[in-house]
Design a protein around this ligand. Structure first.
Ligand code: PLP
Length: 351
Protein backbone atom coordinates (compact mmCIF):
# COMPACT_ATOMS: atom_id res chain seq x y z
CA UNK A 1 0.00 0.00 0.00
CA UNK A 2 1.24 3.42 -0.87
CA UNK A 3 -0.90 6.44 -0.11
CA UNK A 4 -0.93 9.49 -2.36
CA UNK A 5 2.10 11.77 -1.91
CA UNK A 6 -0.02 14.70 -0.76
CA UNK A 7 -1.34 12.51 2.07
CA UNK A 8 1.95 10.89 3.10
CA UNK A 9 3.52 14.35 3.47
CA UNK A 10 0.74 15.53 5.80
CA UNK A 11 0.88 15.60 9.58
CA UNK A 12 -1.88 14.58 11.96
CA UNK A 13 -3.56 17.51 13.71
CA UNK A 14 -2.40 17.86 17.30
CA UNK A 15 -5.18 19.45 19.38
CA UNK A 16 -4.59 21.51 22.49
CA UNK A 17 -3.67 18.96 25.15
CA UNK A 18 -4.41 18.74 28.84
CA UNK A 19 -3.31 16.62 31.80
CA UNK A 20 -5.39 15.60 34.76
CA UNK A 21 -5.73 18.34 37.32
CA UNK A 22 -4.90 21.14 34.86
CA UNK A 23 -7.50 23.55 33.51
CA UNK A 24 -7.71 23.22 29.74
CA UNK A 25 -7.10 26.72 28.47
CA UNK A 26 -5.57 25.56 25.22
CA UNK A 27 -8.51 25.41 22.81
CA UNK A 28 -10.26 28.78 23.14
CA UNK A 29 -13.45 27.26 24.47
CA UNK A 30 -16.01 29.35 26.33
CA UNK A 31 -15.17 29.42 30.08
CA UNK A 32 -18.89 29.95 30.86
CA UNK A 33 -19.87 26.75 29.07
CA UNK A 34 -22.74 26.43 26.62
CA UNK A 35 -25.74 28.74 26.54
CA UNK A 36 -28.50 27.47 28.90
CA UNK A 37 -30.99 28.04 26.08
CA UNK A 38 -28.92 25.76 23.83
CA UNK A 39 -28.90 23.06 26.53
CA UNK A 40 -32.69 23.27 26.83
CA UNK A 41 -33.07 23.02 23.04
CA UNK A 42 -30.88 19.91 23.00
CA UNK A 43 -33.10 18.30 25.66
CA UNK A 44 -36.17 19.09 23.58
CA UNK A 45 -34.58 17.61 20.47
CA UNK A 46 -33.36 14.39 22.13
CA UNK A 47 -36.53 12.25 21.68
CA UNK A 48 -36.24 12.71 17.91
CA UNK A 49 -32.66 11.55 17.42
CA UNK A 50 -33.81 8.35 15.75
CA UNK A 51 -34.70 10.60 12.80
CA UNK A 52 -32.19 11.86 10.29
CA UNK A 53 -31.53 15.56 10.75
CA UNK A 54 -32.80 18.20 8.34
CA UNK A 55 -30.10 17.79 5.69
CA UNK A 56 -30.54 21.33 4.43
CA UNK A 57 -30.59 22.97 7.90
CA UNK A 58 -33.56 25.03 6.69
CA UNK A 59 -34.52 26.73 9.98
CA UNK A 60 -30.99 27.50 11.07
CA UNK A 61 -29.92 28.87 7.70
CA UNK A 62 -32.99 31.12 7.59
CA UNK A 63 -32.09 32.47 11.06
CA UNK A 64 -28.48 33.08 10.13
CA UNK A 65 -29.55 34.70 6.87
CA UNK A 66 -31.79 37.07 8.82
CA UNK A 67 -28.91 37.96 11.10
CA UNK A 68 -26.76 38.89 8.11
CA UNK A 69 -29.56 40.61 6.14
CA UNK A 70 -29.25 37.89 3.50
CA UNK A 71 -31.18 34.87 2.22
CA UNK A 72 -30.83 31.29 3.38
CA UNK A 73 -29.20 30.64 -0.03
CA UNK A 74 -26.27 32.74 1.09
CA UNK A 75 -25.64 30.45 4.06
CA UNK A 76 -24.18 26.97 4.44
CA UNK A 77 -23.97 25.16 7.79
CA UNK A 78 -21.40 22.41 8.30
CA UNK A 79 -19.86 20.08 10.85
CA UNK A 80 -17.69 22.80 12.35
CA UNK A 81 -16.02 25.49 10.28
CA UNK A 82 -13.18 22.99 9.87
CA UNK A 83 -15.50 21.10 7.54
CA UNK A 84 -16.23 24.28 5.60
CA UNK A 85 -12.52 24.59 4.87
CA UNK A 86 -12.49 21.07 3.50
CA UNK A 87 -15.63 21.70 1.42
CA UNK A 88 -14.09 24.84 0.00
CA UNK A 89 -10.93 22.96 -0.92
CA UNK A 90 -12.96 20.04 -2.31
CA UNK A 91 -14.83 22.43 -4.59
CA UNK A 92 -11.85 24.50 -5.75
CA UNK A 93 -8.44 22.91 -5.14
CA UNK A 94 -6.69 20.51 -7.50
CA UNK A 95 -3.01 19.53 -7.79
CA UNK A 96 -2.15 22.19 -10.38
CA UNK A 97 -3.24 25.13 -8.29
CA UNK A 98 -2.31 26.89 -5.08
CA UNK A 99 -3.75 28.73 -2.12
CA UNK A 100 -2.25 31.64 -0.20
CA UNK A 101 -2.25 32.34 3.53
CA UNK A 102 0.03 33.28 6.40
CA UNK A 103 2.67 30.98 7.89
CA UNK A 104 1.76 31.52 11.55
CA UNK A 105 -1.96 30.93 11.36
CA UNK A 106 -4.64 28.26 11.74
CA UNK A 107 -3.17 25.01 10.41
CA UNK A 108 -6.41 23.74 8.91
CA UNK A 109 -6.04 25.93 5.80
CA UNK A 110 -2.87 24.06 4.89
CA UNK A 111 -4.53 20.75 5.75
CA UNK A 112 -7.55 21.36 3.51
CA UNK A 113 -5.42 22.47 0.55
CA UNK A 114 -3.00 19.55 0.84
CA UNK A 115 -5.86 17.08 1.17
CA UNK A 116 -6.71 17.84 -2.44
CA UNK A 117 -3.10 18.00 -3.61
CA UNK A 118 -2.90 21.79 -3.94
CA UNK A 119 0.16 23.83 -3.02
CA UNK A 120 0.17 26.15 -0.04
CA UNK A 121 1.97 29.47 -0.32
CA UNK A 122 2.52 31.00 3.10
CA UNK A 123 3.75 34.46 3.99
CA UNK A 124 5.31 34.91 7.44
CA UNK A 125 3.53 37.34 9.75
CA UNK A 126 4.93 40.85 10.02
CA UNK A 127 5.59 41.53 13.74
CA UNK A 128 2.69 39.22 14.58
CA UNK A 129 0.27 40.64 11.99
CA UNK A 130 -0.92 39.29 8.63
CA UNK A 131 1.36 40.68 5.92
CA UNK A 132 -1.35 41.53 3.41
CA UNK A 133 0.85 43.19 0.79
CA UNK A 134 3.30 40.28 1.06
CA UNK A 135 0.42 37.88 0.50
CA UNK A 136 -0.65 39.77 -2.62
CA UNK A 137 2.79 39.05 -4.08
CA UNK A 138 2.19 35.31 -3.64
CA UNK A 139 -1.06 35.35 -5.59
CA UNK A 140 -0.81 34.25 -9.23
CA UNK A 141 -3.21 33.03 -11.91
CA UNK A 142 -3.23 29.56 -10.27
CA UNK A 143 -4.34 30.88 -6.87
CA UNK A 144 -7.81 29.54 -6.13
CA UNK A 145 -8.21 30.62 -2.50
CA UNK A 146 -6.73 33.11 -0.06
CA UNK A 147 -7.25 32.21 3.59
CA UNK A 148 -7.33 35.08 6.03
CA UNK A 149 -7.84 34.58 9.75
CA UNK A 150 -9.12 37.79 11.36
CA UNK A 151 -8.50 38.06 14.29
CA UNK A 152 -5.63 35.69 13.70
CA UNK A 153 -5.28 32.42 15.55
CA UNK A 154 -2.80 32.14 17.33
CA UNK A 155 -1.67 35.77 17.70
CA UNK A 156 -5.07 37.45 18.25
CA UNK A 157 -3.99 40.34 16.00
CA UNK A 158 -6.25 41.79 13.34
CA UNK A 159 -6.26 43.82 10.16
CA UNK A 160 -8.63 46.78 10.18
CA UNK A 161 -11.42 47.75 7.88
CA UNK A 162 -9.43 49.96 5.51
CA UNK A 163 -6.44 47.61 5.21
CA UNK A 164 -8.70 44.65 4.52
CA UNK A 165 -10.75 46.51 1.95
CA UNK A 166 -7.63 47.72 0.12
CA UNK A 167 -6.44 44.12 0.06
CA UNK A 168 -9.75 42.77 -1.25
CA UNK A 169 -9.70 45.30 -4.08
CA UNK A 170 -6.35 43.92 -5.21
CA UNK A 171 -7.18 40.20 -5.07
CA UNK A 172 -8.18 38.90 -8.52
CA UNK A 173 -11.95 38.45 -8.85
CA UNK A 174 -11.54 34.72 -9.69
CA UNK A 175 -9.73 34.03 -6.41
CA UNK A 176 -11.98 33.28 -3.46
CA UNK A 177 -11.08 35.01 -0.21
CA UNK A 178 -12.03 32.85 2.77
CA UNK A 179 -12.29 35.23 5.71
CA UNK A 180 -12.20 33.09 8.85
CA UNK A 181 -13.94 35.08 11.58
CA UNK A 182 -14.00 32.40 14.26
CA UNK A 183 -13.13 35.09 16.84
CA UNK A 184 -14.76 38.17 15.28
CA UNK A 185 -17.46 38.17 17.97
CA UNK A 186 -14.82 39.08 20.56
CA UNK A 187 -13.32 41.98 18.60
CA UNK A 188 -13.89 45.40 20.16
CA UNK A 189 -11.59 47.56 18.01
CA UNK A 190 -13.46 50.45 16.40
CA UNK A 191 -12.00 49.70 12.97
CA UNK A 192 -12.59 45.97 13.04
CA UNK A 193 -13.95 45.06 9.58
CA UNK A 194 -17.68 44.78 9.06
CA UNK A 195 -17.84 41.61 7.00
CA UNK A 196 -21.53 42.06 6.28
CA UNK A 197 -20.72 45.27 4.37
CA UNK A 198 -17.73 43.63 2.68
CA UNK A 199 -19.87 40.74 1.42
CA UNK A 200 -22.04 43.23 -0.46
CA UNK A 201 -18.96 44.73 -2.12
CA UNK A 202 -16.85 41.66 -2.93
CA UNK A 203 -18.57 38.72 -4.67
CA UNK A 204 -15.46 36.54 -4.20
CA UNK A 205 -15.65 36.82 -0.39
CA UNK A 206 -16.68 33.89 1.79
CA UNK A 207 -17.04 34.55 5.53
CA UNK A 208 -16.63 31.65 7.97
CA UNK A 209 -18.10 31.62 11.47
CA UNK A 210 -18.29 28.98 14.16
CA UNK A 211 -20.46 28.03 17.12
CA UNK A 212 -17.41 26.58 18.89
CA UNK A 213 -16.12 29.74 20.54
CA UNK A 214 -18.49 32.45 21.77
CA UNK A 215 -21.50 30.08 21.64
CA UNK A 216 -19.73 27.38 23.63
CA UNK A 217 -20.79 24.49 21.38
CA UNK A 218 -17.39 23.10 20.30
CA UNK A 219 -18.37 19.53 21.21
CA UNK A 220 -21.36 19.56 18.86
CA UNK A 221 -19.34 20.57 15.77
CA UNK A 222 -21.17 23.31 13.94
CA UNK A 223 -20.12 26.33 11.93
CA UNK A 224 -21.36 28.24 8.92
CA UNK A 225 -20.26 30.09 5.81
CA UNK A 226 -21.83 33.19 4.27
CA UNK A 227 -21.24 34.12 0.65
CA UNK A 228 -22.84 34.41 -2.74
CA UNK A 229 -25.26 31.58 -3.62
CA UNK A 230 -23.20 30.32 -6.60
CA UNK A 231 -20.22 29.54 -4.37
CA UNK A 232 -22.34 28.34 -1.41
CA UNK A 233 -24.13 25.96 -3.78
CA UNK A 234 -20.87 24.36 -4.94
CA UNK A 235 -19.69 23.85 -1.37
CA UNK A 236 -23.05 22.28 -0.52
CA UNK A 237 -22.57 19.72 -3.29
CA UNK A 238 -19.23 18.66 -1.80
CA UNK A 239 -20.79 18.03 1.63
CA UNK A 240 -21.84 14.61 2.85
CA UNK A 241 -25.59 14.26 3.39
CA UNK A 242 -26.72 14.99 6.98
CA UNK A 243 -23.35 16.48 7.92
CA UNK A 244 -24.89 18.67 10.64
CA UNK A 245 -26.56 16.59 13.34
CA UNK A 246 -29.96 17.44 14.75
CA UNK A 247 -28.74 18.37 18.24
CA UNK A 248 -26.21 20.78 16.79
CA UNK A 249 -28.89 22.43 14.64
CA UNK A 250 -31.26 22.84 17.58
CA UNK A 251 -28.53 24.12 19.90
CA UNK A 252 -27.14 26.58 17.35
CA UNK A 253 -30.57 28.13 16.72
CA UNK A 254 -31.16 28.55 20.42
CA UNK A 255 -27.67 29.89 21.09
CA UNK A 256 -28.11 32.61 18.47
CA UNK A 257 -31.09 33.89 20.45
CA UNK A 258 -29.30 33.85 23.82
CA UNK A 259 -28.08 37.43 24.02
CA UNK A 260 -27.62 37.17 27.78
CA UNK A 261 -25.09 34.35 27.51
CA UNK A 262 -23.37 36.17 24.69
CA UNK A 263 -23.13 39.42 26.68
CA UNK A 264 -21.89 37.62 29.79
CA UNK A 265 -19.19 35.94 27.72
CA UNK A 266 -18.12 39.21 26.13
CA UNK A 267 -18.02 41.00 29.48
CA UNK A 268 -15.78 38.30 30.95
CA UNK A 269 -13.45 38.14 27.95
CA UNK A 270 -13.04 41.92 27.69
CA UNK A 271 -12.44 42.40 31.41
CA UNK A 272 -9.92 39.56 31.61
CA UNK A 273 -8.16 40.65 28.43
CA UNK A 274 -7.46 44.06 29.96
CA UNK A 275 -6.37 42.49 33.24
CA UNK A 276 -4.00 39.99 31.66
CA UNK A 277 -2.53 42.39 29.09
CA UNK A 278 -1.77 44.87 31.87
CA UNK A 279 -0.21 42.21 34.09
CA UNK A 280 1.90 40.69 31.30
CA UNK A 281 3.13 44.13 30.26
CA UNK A 282 4.02 44.97 33.88
CA UNK A 283 6.23 41.89 33.86
CA UNK A 284 7.81 42.76 30.52
CA UNK A 285 6.40 39.61 28.94
CA UNK A 286 5.96 40.20 25.23
CA UNK A 287 2.37 39.65 24.14
CA UNK A 288 0.41 40.47 21.03
CA UNK A 289 -2.52 42.88 21.34
CA UNK A 290 -5.48 40.54 21.07
CA UNK A 291 -8.96 40.95 19.63
CA UNK A 292 -9.88 37.36 20.45
CA UNK A 293 -10.68 35.29 23.56
CA UNK A 294 -7.07 34.21 23.93
CA UNK A 295 -3.70 35.84 24.31
CA UNK A 296 -0.39 34.85 22.75
CA UNK A 297 2.75 35.57 24.76
CA UNK A 298 6.48 34.88 24.66
CA UNK A 299 7.99 32.16 26.80
CA UNK A 300 11.56 32.87 25.62
CA UNK A 301 12.22 29.14 25.40
CA UNK A 302 10.87 26.10 23.56
CA UNK A 303 7.47 25.49 25.12
CA UNK A 304 8.00 21.73 24.83
CA UNK A 305 10.63 22.00 27.55
CA UNK A 306 8.26 23.62 30.05
CA UNK A 307 4.69 22.71 29.04
CA UNK A 308 4.34 19.84 31.49
CA UNK A 309 5.90 21.81 34.35
CA UNK A 310 3.29 24.52 33.81
CA UNK A 311 0.43 22.01 33.40
CA UNK A 312 1.37 20.29 36.66
CA UNK A 313 0.81 23.65 38.35
CA UNK A 314 -2.71 23.87 36.97
CA UNK A 315 -2.81 25.43 33.49
CA UNK A 316 -2.75 23.63 30.14
CA UNK A 317 -1.41 26.11 27.56
CA UNK A 318 -1.52 25.69 23.80
CA UNK A 319 1.81 24.81 22.28
CA UNK A 320 2.42 26.67 19.04
CA UNK A 321 5.11 24.60 17.32
CA UNK A 322 2.65 23.57 14.61
CA UNK A 323 1.75 27.23 14.12
CA UNK A 324 5.42 28.11 13.57
CA UNK A 325 5.85 29.88 16.94
CA UNK A 326 7.73 27.33 19.10
CA UNK A 327 8.80 29.86 21.73
CA UNK A 328 5.36 31.30 22.37
CA UNK A 329 2.21 30.07 24.08
CA UNK A 330 -1.48 30.69 23.48
CA UNK A 331 -3.70 30.99 26.51
CA UNK A 332 -7.51 31.03 26.45
CA UNK A 333 -8.79 33.86 28.63
CA UNK A 334 -10.41 32.10 31.54
CA UNK A 335 -12.01 33.42 34.69
CA UNK A 336 -10.02 35.63 37.10
CA UNK A 337 -8.95 32.69 39.31
CA UNK A 338 -7.24 30.90 36.44
CA UNK A 339 -5.78 34.08 35.00
CA UNK A 340 -4.22 34.86 38.38
CA UNK A 341 -2.92 31.31 38.61
CA UNK A 342 -1.29 31.70 35.19
CA UNK A 343 0.52 34.82 36.38
CA UNK A 344 1.64 33.09 39.55
CA UNK A 345 3.03 30.23 37.48
CA UNK A 346 4.82 32.61 35.12
CA UNK A 347 6.31 34.47 38.10
CA UNK A 348 7.74 31.20 39.36
CA UNK A 349 9.13 29.82 36.07
CA UNK A 350 12.52 28.16 36.56
CA UNK A 351 15.39 30.02 34.88
C1 PLP B 1 -11.64 27.33 16.52
C2 PLP B 1 -11.45 27.81 15.14
C3 PLP B 1 -12.35 27.49 14.15
C4 PLP B 1 -13.58 26.74 14.47
O1 PLP B 1 -13.52 25.45 14.14
P1 PLP B 1 -14.80 24.51 14.33
O2 PLP B 1 -14.48 23.44 13.36
O3 PLP B 1 -16.01 25.30 13.94
O4 PLP B 1 -14.80 24.09 15.74
C5 PLP B 1 -12.13 27.98 12.88
N1 PLP B 1 -11.09 28.76 12.60
C6 PLP B 1 -10.22 29.10 13.54
C7 PLP B 1 -9.12 30.01 13.21
C8 PLP B 1 -10.36 28.62 14.83
O5 PLP B 1 -9.45 28.94 15.76
Amino acid sequence: MKAKPNITSMEIYIPGRVIEGAEKLSSNENPLGPSPLALAAIKDALPEIHRYPDGACVKLRAKIGELWGLDADNVLAANGSDELLVLLAAALIHPDCNAVSARQTFSQYRYAVRLFGGKMREKPLLSGFYNLSGMLELINSDTKVVFLCNPNNPTGTYRGSQELEDFLHKVPAETVVALDEAYADFADAKDFPNSKALLAKFPNLLVLRTFSKIYGLAGLRIGYAVGRPELIGELAKAAMPFNVNSLAQAAASAALADTEHRNNTLRLVHTEKKFLETELNKRGILNYPTQANFICFALEREIGSIWKWIAQRGIALRELDSFGLPKMARYTLGGRTHNQLLLKILDGLPP
